[in-house]
Write a protein that binds this ligand. Sequence first.
Ligand code: AKB
Length: 346
Amino acid sequence: SSDLVQMWAKYMNRHFTKEDIYVAKKHMKTILVTGALGQIGSELVMHLRKTYGGSNVIASDVVKKDMPEVLESGPFEQLNVLEPQKVADVCKKHKVDTVIHLAALLSAVAERDPQMAFNINIHGLYNMLEIARENKYRLFVPSSIAAFGPGTPQDKTPQDTVQRPTSMYGVTKVTGELLSNYYFYRFGVDTRSVRFPGLISWKTLPGGGTTDYAVDIFYSAVKGEEFVCPLKPDTFMDMMYMPDALKAMTDIMEADPDKLVHRNSFNVTSMSFSPEIIYEAIKKHYPDFKIRYELDENVQHIADSWPNKLDDSCARNEWGWQPHFDLEKMTVDMIENLKRKLKVGL
Ligand code: AKB
């Protein structure tokens, strides 16, 4: 199937030359982040501001939450991605050249309201693609392990393989990958993305994903509470610690475009574990920690349709992807930071 990618690229090359790929050779300068007060956004904005300067990273979200670190370290705009004219005006006002579009519903919440998920995830994405096309912006839109489905090989899931997801979230992610590639080949918009696994962080909670248990389990352990797990003990999924996810986003956006065979989207992973395995890793630090399994069938159903472990060799070969955190290292860091955040066990 990588032959297919090559063939398609060759065919589509008739529509554009390398010079048409907007600003592809330049670095990011002024960046708009949508969904900036969410789990990824709140950390990404601070990470980008350190590298590109506070005033060059415009944080935006549909509601203004009480997050002084993000709100006070640079510009914030209250924006709804379903109002494209307002988004375009804000981009022009700040002379944006790159958009990182994170505003979307996650898998479990999307499955509870598929119509709303379609509206936000698809119409929001389409609006951002059109704004990028009209204004020659570069665009990053995260995909997910949810872009795979029951027919996909579950172990060492290849970069190019069957993508027939059965969740609305997954359908919106595959659509996002296809549309982003289409805008690249058809209009020369510099779109790039990765398929994120479950992201684990101590700063901001995820909101309604299938992999959220891997964050919640740390909160229970640090607070000295029993953890009630919604998934079966042997449910394997790929995971990643947030610092590696932030690195993946900046590395791919700054990657040399000549080296990219793929674009939307790259498999990336740091580790693969099950509830049983992460429980054992945390138990080394909290020997009395208890887990109880109370299945949420909807969440289990989604998790069962996702891969156990991705093969991310294309990301490693094409733009040097290399994670820093494994399960043990992440566990130590999560516990240390959560103890400080929750002011317990210090
Ligand atoms: C979710 O569980 O929905 C997300 C994802 C893997 O995309 N964390």
